[in-house]
Design a protein around this ligand. Sequence first.
Ligand SMILES: NC(=O)C1=CN([C@@H]2O[C@H](COP(=O)(O)OP(=O)(O)OC[C@H]3O[C@@H](n4cnc5c(N)ncnc54)[C@H](O)[C@@H]3O)[C@@H](O)[C@H]2O)[C@H](O)CC1
Ligand SMILES: [K+]
Length: 530
Amino acid sequence: MQNPSPIQIKHSPNRQEYIAKVVVTAVQMRDIEERIFATGMPVAALMEKVAGLIALRVQQLFPLSSNSYRVGILVGPGHNGGDALVVARELHFRGYEVWIYSPFSQLKELTAQHLEYAQSLGISCDGNIEQLRNCDFLIDGLFGFGLERQLTDAIASTINQFNEWQQPIISIDIPSGLHTDTGEVLGTAIRATYTLCLGLWKLGLLQDHALEYVGKAELIDFDITLADIESVLGNTPRIRRITRKTALSTLPLPRPAVTHKYKEGHLLLICGSRRYAGGAILTALGARASGVGMLSVAVPESLKYLLVSHLPEALIIGCPETETGAILELTLPENTDLSAFSAIACGPGLTREATPIVQQVIESDRTLVLDADGLNILAQLETIPTLQKRQATTVLTPHTGEFHRLFPTVSDAKHDRITAVREAAAESGAVVLLKGARTAIANSQGIVWINPESTPALARGGSGDVLTGLLGGLLAQATKKQIPVEDIVATAAWWHSQAGILAAQERTELGVDASTLTQYLMPVLSTHET
Ligand SMILES: NC(=O)C1=CN([C@@H]2O[C@H](COP(=O)(O)OP(=O)(O)OC[C@H]3O[C@@H](n4cnc5c(N)ncnc54)[C@H](O)[C@@H]3O)[C@@H](O)[C@H]2O)[C@H](O)CC1
Ligand SMILES: [K+]
């Protein structure tokens, strides 16, 4: 989703970056549109402009220079249908063979006018779906952000038919049938090959359950002014896509010429058990890749030399252990307490026996990441409200299962992950990172960051441990640099998934085991300008 549309509009780099970040709901988009109209832009002119850009993009995707094309245009009752009709007209004039499918008897006025004009040009137009079976590709203008009700009956079965035919489908704004905010399927939905999202990213396109419908999503920038956006969203958008540029900008680079290891952050990892020794290694390897100045890893005594052999540069603290090999007690080096560290990350592989350790780190005054068993113990302790009293920020990094255990009363994350993660952050006062295909991060003020790119290659045991270590290492380096914790969390999520993408490109989606993933973290930075 990151690649900008090849249709380049000359704008300042700052505006481009801002537009890439902003995410809107249907109501916000309608309000922005209303403002554009209220300040003098005629509705028909805006439709003409937007659809003209869509038509250009379609011509790039299916160029007549390489083939002749028969195009089916699916027309809905609203302005999404109007856009589609303008595209139909433009493609007709450019030499495409165009077939319009317009099944609704009631159309908005502008849409009806465009239909009438298209018919007057001799473009084939009816409500017979069979005409579209032999089209090379379809353009979906059935519904955009105006869809609010479930799709049923004839239109639902028609959409199912289009999906079965399996021609490429280009959806205008959003695949018809998806809810613009939650990304939920309202009865049924078009499975698009491309989604050309208009003006600003719609929230629904960034929700996990929408992904199998969205295909390759691109933004069509139609010059909405920053003033119009800010008049509706305020100065800082409350839902943001994480971009490469913002992620890189929070990295502790370049280092000052004169520094030393403790100035570059000291992370304490608390992880592992005899049962889950590998989790401790992976977490520590993730932390090592963050560039953190000093890394201490507290593990059960029996794992000490295993860890040393994998991470000769880290200080491995062997702790007394329970009979089953979980950490019994944290034994820090002499004259050291938890406030000696810049940040603490705790949880991977601990087992639920390590409850007192989790209690102890919660009571510390350090920035704290809790993951895996750290979260399971937190859920058992029912101490989430006490996190509000911590002197430093807490970061919780649950996957969906852990999220439900931690926040049983929060809205269903399957229904709307963004609302759920926001509620969880408000309830806990923590920064909550909800893992998924589109990882979402929220702080207690209700600001949300969404990671817009990832790979299913990361759906593998140990990936999360790597993220915890990486995040801990970045937080330890950032503590003295006044970078907000939530920005670092967003950077870690971005960096981790980019490493997965890079590794999958070279090794396929089957080749990204967690150990290998740690090897791809640094190349992400060297393949991008920093
Ligand atoms: N600002 C912009 O981005 C621009 C957007 N444009 C396009 O306009 C659509 C939004 O148009 P709107 O007319 O508001 O809504 P829709 O086209 O999505 O259609 C709503 C239409 O459908 C009816 N309806 C709703 N639910 C159902 C249902 N379940 N069954 C049948 N009918 C239903 C509803 O009553 C409405 O009449 C946006 O996405 C863009 O594509 C502009 O063209 C340019 C600027
Ligand atoms: K659509």
